[in-house]
Design a protein around this ligand. Structure first.
Ligand SMILES: Nc1ncnc2c1ncn2[C@@H]1O[C@H](COP(=O)(O)OP(=O)(O)OP(=O)(O)O)[C@@H](O)[C@H]1O
Ligand SMILES: [Mg+2]
Length: 253
């Protein structure tokens, strides 16, 4: 059975997509079978893997609207070694289409049922807003990893996410927080280490030892359509995601 991990935080631009992509690629490089799910109309995960969201035949859109068909028909393999269910800008419209349907929270879970016996990890990248896509992601997941941007007010967004997870537990009783990872850590500032310290005091062992540094290489890689391990293999960002993937593997073993 797969570990189904949703990288969630109800805040934009904290590193959800970057972390889903690079942890996924690293896990695959370390030998795991990995499926990435882009369930965000921004389609950043899709384009970050070098796929053009406008030219793909099928996407998560068709998966959600035909959930009994599974995900295989919409899955593409990528040169980064991970499989991907891509997103498309048209997904934005699907939220309204889905809103009136019975069982609307469970379409992704239903669609993933067969894939869970094949993949070791299924990583889901939701949008920052708490809409039907995020609820589908959380209802399908077995755990949540929270990216915590090492900036002011970072920890203030956490109670909101915890409340959401509490609500989603009514749909998905097994859902748990698998960990917190500090992202965009800038050790030249006083703020980043302070946020990290506070997170460790408050959440202890849940916080991964590895922190992800703030580096221009990580900001540049998506435009090249490449994971950091390919774009800048010897960079601090590449080493950090490699270490984080090792920790994830150990924690979920
Ligand atoms: N460690 C980092 N150092 C520098 N830039 C980063 C880092 N991580 C992510 N970025 C950049 O910051 C921006 C936001 O990151 P990302 O897209 O991963 O966040 P997100 O939480 O998925 O955003 P959204 O909520 O919009 O989906 C992107 O341009 C990304 O390339
Ligand atoms: Mg994103």
């Amino acid at each position: 059975m797969s570990h189904i991990i949703c990288f969630a935080m109800q805040k934009g631009g904290v590193g959800k997509t970057t972390t889903t992509l690079n942890v996924g690629v690293e896990l695959a490089q370390q030998g795991a079978k990995v499926l990435l799910i882009d369930i965000d109309p921004q389609a950043n995960l899709t384009s970050g893997l070098g796929q053009d969201p406008a030219s793909l035949k099928y996407s998560i859109y068709e998966v959600l609207l035909n959930s009994s068909k599974g995900v295989e028909f919409a899955t593409v393999s990528t040169s980064a070694g991970v499989d991907l269910v891509p997103s498309t800008l048209a997904l934005a419209g699907a939220e309204l289409e889905l809103a009136g349907k019975i069982g609307r929270e469970f379409f992704l879970r239903e669609a993933l049922a067969a894939a869970t016996s094949y993949y070791d990890y299924i990583l889901i990248d939701p949008p920052p807003s708490l809409g039907l896509f995020t609820v589908n992601a959380l209802a399908a997941a077995t755990s949540v990893i929270v990216p915590l941007q090492a900036q002011a007010y970072a920890l203030q967004a956490l109670p909101q996410l915890e409340a959401t997870i509490g609500l989603v537990k009514k749909l998905n009783t097994g859902l748990r927080i698998g960990g917190l990872v500090v992202t965009m850590h800038d050790k030249r500032t006083a703020l980043s280490p302070a946020v990290e310290r506070q997170a460790r005091e408050q959440y202890g062992e849940l916080v991964f030892n590895t922190t992800i540094p703030l580096t221009t290489r990580l900001a540049e890689a998506p435009a090249a359509g490449e994971p950091i391990s390919k774009y800048a293999p010897d960079s601090a960002g590449a080493h950090a995601y490699e270490a984080l993937a090792q920790e994830v593997k150990k924690r979920y073993a």
